[in-house]
Design a protein around this ligand. Structure first.
Ligand SMILES: O=C(O)COP(=O)(O)O
Ligand SMILES: [Mg+2]
Length: 228
């Protein structure tokens, strides 16, 4: 698969999005969002809402939960409770992170096979660092990655290309030899802006939209298909 996208020797690193690509983490995120909303005495959101709100980082997720809207107005009065909500979300997510999250089928095998091919692997997620490493460790894949970039590692987040370029810099691989793999249009936009090829998975959380509309270079239905 990688050989179809690159001349055989040109791909040297693979950058992975986390939520919706490697891990089905929405059950834990929904538990955290609903825990926060309950403590604020607001109605719960539930898993299907939260599924559409994930992918732009923690601050956006909390703002969407407070307003009940993926496209909330920046002056929405519900946002006045953000400072109160943030620590409630964080402690709620500390408790739920990894509880129900599962690797998608083919992820563990696929990551090991890519490593065996000599590729360097990174995670580039919009999830804050504080929640990322414990989740990777609990799922038994932390050691697959030489570099982990979280949503708060840099001032910029995906779809800005900066986190992808920083991963490439830390891996010491030029961006043109990196492949990005993600589930959302923000992953595709970030990869394009970083000058990287991009593969998408159709099973994740693209804000409820079909990811093929964003025209990735390739779609794979399982991570182990990258090595087929
Ligand atoms: O928005 C988040 O918190 C995480 O999303 P990502 O791993 O898909 O970048
Ligand atoms: Mg994602």
């Amino acid at each position: 698969m990688i050989a179809q996208l690159f001349p055989v020797t040109a791909c040297r690193a693979v950058l992975f999005d986390l939520d919706g690509t490697l891990v089905d983490s929405v059950p834990d995120l929904a538990a955290a969002v609903d825990g926060m909303l309950r403590q604020l005495q607001l109605p719960e959101a539930g898993e299907s809402q939260v599924r559409n709100w994930v992918g732009n980082g923690m601050v956006n997720l909390i703002q969407r939960a407070l307003t009940g809207d993926i496209h909330f107005a920046p002056d929405h009065p519900a946002l006045q409770r953000f400072d109160e909500a943030l620590p409630l979300f964080q402690s709620s997510y500390d408790a739920s992170n990894g509880q129900f999250s599962r690797l998608y089928e083919g992820v563990a095998v696929g990551l090991r096979a890519l490593q065996q091919q000599g590729l360097r692997l990174a995670v580039v997620t919009n999830k804050p660092e504080r929640f990322t490493l414990p989740l990777l460790e609990q799922l038994g894949i932390a050691d697959c990655f030489s570099v982990i970039i979280g949503g708060d590692t840099l001032p910029q987040r995906k779809p800005d290309p900066a986190p992808l370029l920083e991963a490439a810099r830390r891996l010491q691989v030029e961006p043109a030899a990196c492949l990005m793999v993600g589930d959302s249009r923000h992953d595709i936009e970030a990869a394009r802006n970083a000058g990287m090829k991009v593969v998408a998975v159709p099973y994740g959380y693209n804000h409820g939209d079909d990811i093929s509309l964003s025209q990735p270079d390739q779609l794979v239905s399982r991570i182990d298909q990258l090595v087929a």
